[in-house]
Design a protein around this ligand. Structure first.
Ligand SMILES: NC(=O)c1ccc[n+]([C@@H]2O[C@H](COP(=O)([O-])OP(=O)(O)OC[C@H]3O[C@@H](n4cnc5c(N)ncnc54)[C@H](OP(=O)(O)O)[C@@H]3O)[C@@H](O)[C@H]2O)c1
Length: 270
């Protein structure tokens, strides 16, 4: 199967945790040749076990090999870990695609000493694997858009890089709408934040469709733990809701968390 013309290319995924595994499995499910997939992680035995269970161990490589050989390189490590990539150089024509929340292109260019850097923000791995994912790319890139299309991930247009902080919080709506069960509070919160950030209004219908129907708090906690990055945006939103803060405030906390992560990483780069 021709994978939107890129089946001859090698795809690397640096940091195969929750999101990285979701992208890898989605690519394979949708016809991308497994032998052209290169994956890495940092050495956590629990991650190795997950990769083994998902049949992905044969794709494991050192970061250095991925950087040297991959044509498209997804960076799916936590933003707080990005400095572990400093000084690593990818192949000259490689597309480097950061999926890390909050890290601007200008910072990524310094970390990787490269120009061809893109950002891609995706919804949680479960939505991607069910063919119900959404994503945004900045700046627009044709090959990446084709890849998303093949993965059956809906691409949402952005008006600029600045939209990515709001988009990163808006893809957490399904988790937030599990934590807050009152539909009126949710609706009012989305309308309030949507006045400032229309992306929340754009993604509200999608979130209603993909939110799983879970009954107990244990089921909800387990679902959120699977999709939330530790110290990340979903966690900030859910923790705010656990403190009984209004829905719109919790979503604002998610946007603020993205900005905080970005500032912390920028200052560690100086
Ligand atoms: N989870 C989501 O729904 C979601 C959605 C959109 C965007 N994101 C973004 O995706 C990124 C990852 O989130 P996640 O939830 O997938 O986090 P995660 O489960 O903690 O995965 C991060 C992975 O990165 C690996 N890693 C860290 N440093 C590395 C290095 N130098 N080289 C190779 N691998 C390295 C870790 O390896 P070990 O396991 O060995 O420690 C871990 O497997 C974050 O930046 C987040 O903002 C996540």
């Amino acid at each position: 199967m021709d994978f939107c013309g890129v089946n001859q290319l090698k795809v690397g995924i640096v940091g195969c945790g929750h999101l990285g595994q979701g992208i890898a499995l989605s690519l394979i499910q949708n016809g991308f040749p497994k032998e052209k997939l290169m994956l890495s992680y940092r050495g956590n035995p629990a991650t190795y076990q997950q990769l083994e269970e998902k049949g992905l161990v044969s794709c494991l490589c050192e970061n250095q090999t991925i950087l040297e050989q991959a044509d498209i390189l997804f960076i799916t490590i936590k933003p707080q870990d990005i400095m572990s990539m400093e000084g690593n150089r990818a192949a000259k024509d490689a597309l480097i695609v950061s999926c890390a929340a909050g890290l601007p292109i200008s910072l990524l260019q310094k970390v990787f000493s490269a120009e061809r850097i893109y950002r891609m923000m995706l919804s949680g791995p479960d939505t991607i694997l069910e063919g119900k994912g959404v994503a945004a790319i900045y700046p627009e890139q044709e090959v990446l858009a084709g890849l998303l299309n093949q993965m059956r991930v809906q691409k949402i247009p952005l008006s600029g890089e600045g939209d990515l902080n709001a988009f990163s919080a808006a893809v957490c709506l399904p988790a937030a709408m599990l934590q807050e069960s009152d539909p009126e509070k949710i609706q009012a919160g989305v309308c309030a934040i949507g006045k400032e950030y229309p992306l929340f209004l754009d993604l509200y219908d999608w979130a209603k469709q993909v939110r799983p129907s879970l009954r107990t708090q244990e089921e909800i906690d387990a679902y959120i733990a699977k999709m939330a990055t530790k110290g990340g945006i979903t966690e900030a939103i859910v923790n705010s809701l656990k403190r009984q803060e209004p829905f719109a405030d919790a979503l604002h906390k998610g946007i603020e968390r993205g900005i905080e992560i970005s500032s912390a990483v920028q200052s560690s780069l100086k």
